[in-house]
Design a protein around this ligand. Structure first.
Ligand SMILES: [Zn+2]
Length: 87
């Protein structure tokens, strides 16, 4: 017996079924795979290694812009975290 890498169900391991209990789980696991980074994104990440940042937030904002452009930007003022004022 082995445990399915996708759904966690126990299944009898054979030569044909090594990691997944059914073909459906094998297909779903394939479809779930994260999209790979494009070459331009990898290049941008390498550029970050050579860049100096004013703050951790500035670095986080650069990473967000490359990896998650759909998420809202991290607010920065002069390269530092913008702290919302209460007045
Ligand atoms: Zn399964």
């Amino acid at each position: 017996m082995d445990t399915c890498s996708y759904c966690g169900a126990p299944f009898p391991r054979t030569r044909k079924t090594r990691k997944y209990c059914t073909n459906r789980c094998k297909t779903n696991a394939c479809l779930d795979k994260k999209p790979r980074l494009r070459a331009a994104e990898v290049e941008a990440l390498h550029e970050i290694l050579r860049t100096e940042f004013h703050s951790v937030e500035a670095l986080r904002e650069q990473l967000r812009a490359i990896l998650a452009p759909h998420l809202p930007p991290i607010p920065l003022i002069d390269g530092r975290a913008a702290v919302p004022r209460l007045d």
